[in-house]
Design a binder for this molecule. Structure first.
Ligand code: NAD
Ligand code: TYD
Length: 377
């Protein structure tokens, strides 16, 4: 029996990790600790909420006393820490909340784990603190014409027609951190605290830095679910700048599989980059999404291209992210399983089939926030 806290389990990625662990490991007790901010949604976990090996605790990771209480009550052996403020645009408007949750919240989790585990006779034995982070901590990569640049890696997932590298440099685990947005600065800081707890106290920690995720249950402020919903309702699609920025996209269940593998087999104190081997310009993704939504809704493919609306660029908008995750491939045998076109088809289908999930979010408070975010763009 292992007792594992997953923080942020009611969010996008967290809900996939909770579902995977609860279903795959009936002998583990999964304790989902989530504050249920605007981004936390228990509807993401409806299918597993009554499983005997699952407990939900509504708590703020910054509330150290409460977190200590949870560690004591559940005799926690491991932590998979995902709770965070995660949206760059929000961090530009309100950096304080990002420092509070992402830095102080992570520190509170670390300190509770330390005080609890240090007081046990077995100390760190069999314990693990796994921190989930982002590739955005590395900053932005330069961008060149992909013509003539062979991506240095090929996988089943990247063997499709679109297998491009928009530059010759990639994020590797040994790169210096160069965060630009308040979001990535707060995540970088939290990564440093996690490593400091290993180096100072000997806590068994692991950090992973992953590229952009997409898939079911993503909050519709992020590019892909926002645009799917806007196309459905024939609302404008706000493309920042020229739409030329490049992101490396990974299907969320592939990330959850990597987390499972690394939690069990990863080497303590190591960092692993997790990526999709899958670089796309925003504008190219947007076109794929428009075509897919149109087709699945029985509209003429491409009919909604006129919704594309170029708006003022995001402040400090990072040009290109591209992950080199060959370390994880080599050492633990992980690879993304889906080609991007397959992943997008599954994702669009899911959002169209789960309109109630989307409507519950987009009606009410969120609608007002969204209007105010975009009012002056
Ligand atoms: P999300 O915004 O969808 O979910 C975050 C969850 O954390 C929500 O359930 C929210 O209620 C909870 N939370 C926020 N503040 C909290 C607090 N103070 N106490 C307890 N719970 C709190 O985020 P996501 O996209 O699922 O990202 C999860 C993690 O993965 C984050 O740490 C993020 O930095 C990292 N990450 C995300 C991506 C991505 O593409 N989404 C890529 C790489 C890494
Ligand atoms: P996002 O989903 O916010 O992820 P991140 O900023 O963490 O990469 O954005 C993905 C890309 O899409 C990013 O380059 C910004 C761009 N974008 C738009 O052009 N319009 C939008 O409305 C949003 C939300 C994002």
């Amino acid at each position: 029996m292992k007792n594992i806290i997953i923080t942020g389990g009611a969010g996008f990625i967290g809900s996939h990790v909770v579902r995977l662990f609860v279903n795959k490991y009936p002998d583990y007790h999964i304790i989902n600790v989530d504050k249920l901010t605007y981004a936390g949604n228990l509807a993401n976990l409806k299918d597993i909420e009554n499983k005997p090996n699952y407990t939900f605790v509504k708590a703020d990771i910054c509330d150290f006393e409460t977190i200590m209480g949870i560690f004591k009550k559940y005799k926690v052996d491991g932590v998979i820490h995902l709770a965070a403020e995660s949206h760059v645009d929000r961090s530009i408007k309100d950096p304080f909340t990002f420092a509070q949750t992402n830095v102080m919240g992570t520190l509170s989790m670390l300190q509770a784990a330390k005080l609890t585990w240090e007081s046990l006779p077995e100390k760190w034995e069999g314990k693990r603190f796994y921190h989930i982070s982002t590739d955005e901590v590395y900053g932005a990569l330069e961008m060149t014409d992909p013509e003539g640049i062979e991506p240095p890696f090929t996988t089943k997932a990247s063997s499709g027609k679109h297998h491009l590298a928009y530059g010759s440099k990639f994020f590797t685990e040994d790169l210096k951190y160069m965060p630009h947005s308040p979001y990535s600065a707060s995540k970088a800081s939290s990564d440093h605290f996690v490593r400091a707890f290993h180096d100072t106290y000997g806590m068994p920690t692991i950090v992973t830095n992953c590229s952009n995720n997409y898939g079911p249950y993503q909050f519709p402020e992020k590019l892909i679910p926002l645009f799917i919903n806007n196309i459905r309702h024939r609302k404008p699609l706000p493309v920042y700048g020229k739409g030329e920025n490049v992101r490396d996209w990974l299907y969320v269940e592939d990330h959850a599989r990597a987390i499972d593998l690394i939690f069990h087999k990863g080497t303590i104190a190591e960092t692993y980059n997790i990526g999709g081997f899958n670089e796309w310009k925003n504008i190219d993704i947007i076109k794929v999404v428009i075509n897919t939504v149109d087709r699945l809704l029985g509209r003429k493919e491409g009919e909604d291209m006129n919704l594309i609306t170029y708006v003022t660029d995001r402040a400090g908008h990072d040009m290109r992210y591209a992950i080199d995750s060959r370390k994880l491939q080599r050492e633990l045998g992980w690879e993304p399983s889906l080609q991007f076109e397959e992943g997008i088809e599954k994702t669009v289908r899911w959002y169209l089939d789960n309109q109630e999930w989307m409507d519950n979010i987009t009606s009410g408070e969120y609608e007002k926030y969204y209007e105010s975010m975009y009012a002056n763009r």
